[in-house]
Design a protein around this ligand. Structure first.
Ligand code: FES
Length: 154
């Protein structure tokens, strides 16, 4: 191969490689990385599975479900400080005269209604809307926040 042909192939090859890289980047830019999150509706079991006065905690769902005489109330178990999962509800002890939950990360303590009893968290735990779709299974909608004293009655 002649020197001139070799340099010509090298030059055109480099130009095509550069062009492919630029065009590939532009096409890639048109399709950004998208994180598809799972649905924010959490399906639970039937209402009769939760006796009055019960507190149910799911670490994997990061959710509390309370059933009182007033009805059902769902509360987030995601600490409002930095997002750790708070621990299961603890009954009254020497330090706190009411049921409460501890965050294992930095020690925030939350009352059963979500209020902060001890920091560093400043905001209360969020409460979510509970509903009963026609299939008869309770559903918690984590997209719909409600007041801490909001109850769903069956
Ligand atoms: Fe809960 Fe920091 S994440 S106290």
């Amino acid at each position: 191969m002649k020197r001139r042909s070799f340099l010509s192939i090298l030059g055109w090859g480099g130009l095509l490689a550069w062009l492919a890289t630029v065009l590939g980047g532009m096409v890639r830019f048109a399709f950004p990385n998208v994180l598809f999150e799972p649905g924010k509706k959490v399906k639970l079991t039937k209402p009769e599975d939760y006796p009055i006065g019960s507190v149910t905690f799911w670490a994997e769902k990061r959710l509390f479900l309370f059933r009182g005489k007033e009805g059902f109330r769902a509360m987030s178990a995601i600490c409002t400080h930095l997002g750790c999962t708070v621990r299961d509800s603890v009954k009254v002890d020497n330090e706190y005269p009411q049921d409460h939950s501890h965050c294992p990360c930095h020690g925030s303590v939350f009352a059963r209604d979500g209020k902060v009893l001890s920091g560093p968290a400043r905001r209360p735990l969020e409460s979510y809307r509970v509903s009963l779709p026609p299939d008869g299974y309770l559903q918690v909608d984590k997209d719909k926040q409600v007041a801490a004293d909001w109850y769903f009655t069956v």
